[in-house]
Design a protein around this ligand. Structure first.
Ligand SMILES: [Zn+2]
Length: 654
């Protein structure tokens, strides 16, 4: 009996994904793939077998496509695992294998390259990390004569910390420029004086410290005072108030702080009086600086130290936040995850050289090709102007779509090895984890400061051609493809560039099934309700204000916005991105007949096992909602009208 049941399932799955008529064309030649024939049936059929493992073909695709395509995912993988998380995990394992090999093979050629020896030393210092000793961070800070609050703040700023008192930060401003930004105390964040931070302060001050309770109370009072000064009055509008000032003007407006000195201390450079920077809310800044200049210097210092330690602990994947139970050493994967955040460029370089480089050429040829097709289709659809936008706005959106860029793996393209040699030249690595961690932060933020002020056009072009991730970036950003609004660029991280989502040798149904939908989704983010306001150069415009004046636009938005829990911009990207991919690949009815089922099942892979997060619904909800909006889906799976996947009315958008 069990055999018969298995046979039925097998027959159902064969029917679910018929392979006889599949389009087997390939975008690559044998020379480019080094396999004969390119896009071999073997690779593609093996992948189709994998898809079948995740399916429950006995279920009705028209009732719940997620259950049909991903229903068996949970019995193959653990809860919480998705294609993207598994893919990220594989990359971590490759790094571990690389470092363990280098540790055991002293003659490995990588040892001749300083970048690898630095990475390896960092890895070792992390692996040897024992019981967390937070005060070791404080011991690395340079001595500050006079104990002036602004001097310590500037020193912490060099390590990328800048949330309290007066915020001085270098951040990306548009597609080709960083700016120095000055803002009042960030009153959204506060200190949680934990036992470990308190004991680090106590040791660092040799016990000269009020009790935990007293200090907590003093910090609380300080925070309340700062908040009162930084918070805008209740009746003020929440319009952006950032304005451009020269350093000279800022000094005149806020004379109680020596700005030239503070900037030099934090950013390592003497800026001329004519230098332009952005500042927000000068009255609040003035009040804060006056208060801080009069306040108890010792308390301000302790508070700064405590906030700095809290910040470091909270950086994504700091191994000190998740110490091993035995405190004997850190886990290899934990160290690699920490290093991927902290040493972004060097780690990616190593991955490129040791793993990804071999497939880059074929990948780029395929991906750039699909990207261009989608872009042309996108522009063509926009030109139809179904919403009836005015010509100027339409031109601006077209400009943006045509200017979209893409970066695979997220390193600058076409740079020499010397570029990386120069990059790591001033990065210092020793045997102590705490010292290494701080030095790596220093290296990253020094670089940003340099990038902000450099006039070197060639250098600027390189650094603005990708998105140089900082140590604070959250995991989901470098695990999945995303649209970076300031650079108007789509980043395809390494984690995406592997099975089950992508292979350059996929047949069209598999290739477009995920890649075109993923690219379509990210391309549509460029004009979603949030990011539409950035123009092709990454400058803020008022496009959304103009769009909401348009009745058709509002109608389309309201149709998608059917409940208060919807992340509208994600839903727009899902629906219109899926539409764009279908319009690009599946216009021909015979293509739908022969390849449609496989295309949609491959599309489902990204969503299998995906849980909801603050930006996204669950994979099941996203997949079913997006495909129910596509009549082509109902056609391919022969869904009767009125079934959940073939609703009577649909929404349309871009
Ligand atoms: Zn999205």
């Amino acid at each position: 009996m069990p055999q018969l049941w298995a046979l039925c399932l097998l027959l159902a799955s064969v029917k679910a994904l018929p392979t006889a008529q599949l389009n087997q064309s390939c975008r690559l030649t044998a020379a480019e793939t080094a396999t004969e024939p390119p896009c071999s049936a073997d690779l593609n059929l093996r992948h189709i077998q994998l898809l079948k493992r995740y399916m429950r073909p006995e279920l009705d695709a028209c009732q719940d496509f997620y259950a049909y395509a991903c229903g068996n995912w949970g019995s193959v993988h653990k809860t919480g695992e998705s294609a993207m998380s598994l893919s990220g995990g594989r990359i971590d394992q490759r790094y571990v294998a690389l470092f363990e090999r280098l540790l055991h093979v002293p003659r490995a050629p990588e040892h001749a390259t300083p970048l690898y020896t630095k990475l390896l030393r960092y890895y070792q210092s992390c692996r040897l990390l024992g019981k967390p000793r937070l005060r070791r961070y404080l011991e690395q800070l340079p001595h500050i004569a006079g104990n002036y609050w602004a001097d310590l703040l500037a020193v912490l700023g060099r390590y990328g910390y800048h949330e309290h008192y007066v915020k001085i930060e270098v951040s990306q401003h548009n597609a080709s420029q960083h700016m120095i930004v000055v803002m009042p105390h960030n009153y959204y964040l506060s200190l949680n004086l934990s036992g470990s931070i308190y004991s680090a302060l106590r040791r660092h001050t040799h016990g000269h410290l009020p009790s935990l309770k007293q200090l907590t109370e003093q910090f609380k009072q300080l925070e309340d005072t700062l908040k009162e000064m930084a918070q805008p009055p209740k009746d003020s509008s929440d319009e952006e108030t950032l304005s451009l000032y020269t350093l000279e003007q800022l000094q005149q407006e806020l004379p109680a702080l020596n700005w030239t000195h503070v900037l030099q201390r934090q950013l390592g450079h003497v800026y001329p009086g004519s230098y332009q920077l952005l500042a927000d809310d000068l009255p609040a800044l003035r009040q804060l600086i006056d208060y801080l200049n009069r306040a108890d210097a010792r308390l301000l210092q302790l508070y700064s130290w405590a906030r700095f330690l809290q910040h470091l602990k909270q950086l994504p994947h700091n191994p000190l936040s998740n110490p091993q139970p035995s405190f004997s050493s850190s886990s290899a994967v934990g160290c690699v995850q920490h290093m991927r955040k902290t040493l972004y460029l060097a780690m990616n370089f190593a991955y490129e050289r040791n793993y990804y480089g071999k497939q880059r050429e074929a990948d780029e040829q395929v991906i750039f090709g699909v990207f261009e097709e989608l872009k042309q289709q996108f522009a063509q659809q926009l030109r139809l102007n179904v919403l009836g936008l005015n010509a100027t706005l339409l031109d601006a959106l077209l400009d943006k779509v045509q200017g979209l860029r893409i970066n695979v793996g997220n390193l600058p393209r076409n740079v020499s090895d010397q570029f990386y040699v120069d990059c790591v030249q001033h990065w210092r690595v020793g045997n102590d984890f705490y010292e290494n961690h701080l030095n790596s932060l220093l290296h990253y933020y020094d670089h940003l400061a340099e990038l902000e002020r450099t006039d070197d056009a060639a250098l600027r072009e390189v650094w603005f051609s990708f998105n140089h991730h900082g140590p604070e970036l959250l995991d989901n950003i470098d695990a999945t493809p995303y649209f970076y609004c300031l650079g108007s660029i789509i980043i395809m991280p390494y984690a995406y560039m592997q099975l089950p989502l992508y292979n350059s040798q996929f047949w069209p149904a598999l290739l477009y099934g995920d890649l075109a939908n993923t690219l379509g989704h990210e391309m549509l983010h460029s004009i979603d309700t949030y990011f539409v306001d950035y123009d092709a150069q990454g400058e803020m415009r008022d496009y959304s204000d103009q769009l909401v004046q348009n009745k058709n636009y509002l109608k389309a938005v309201n149709c998608l916005n059917d409940s208060e829990h919807v992340m509208l911009n994600e839903r727009i990207a899902d629906i219109s991105g899926t539409r764009l991919a279908l319009n690009t690949y599946m216009k021909d009815p015979s293509e739908r007949r022969n390849n449609g089922r496989l295309y949609f099942v491959q599309f489902a892979q990204f969503f299998c096992g995906e849980e909801a997060d603050i930006y996204h619904d669950t994979g099941s909800k996203r997949l079913n909602y997006a495909l129910a909006q596509m009549p082509e889906f109902a056609e391919v799976f022969e869904c009767a009208q009125g079934t959940p996947m073939n609703p009577v009315s649909r929404c349309s958008f871009w």
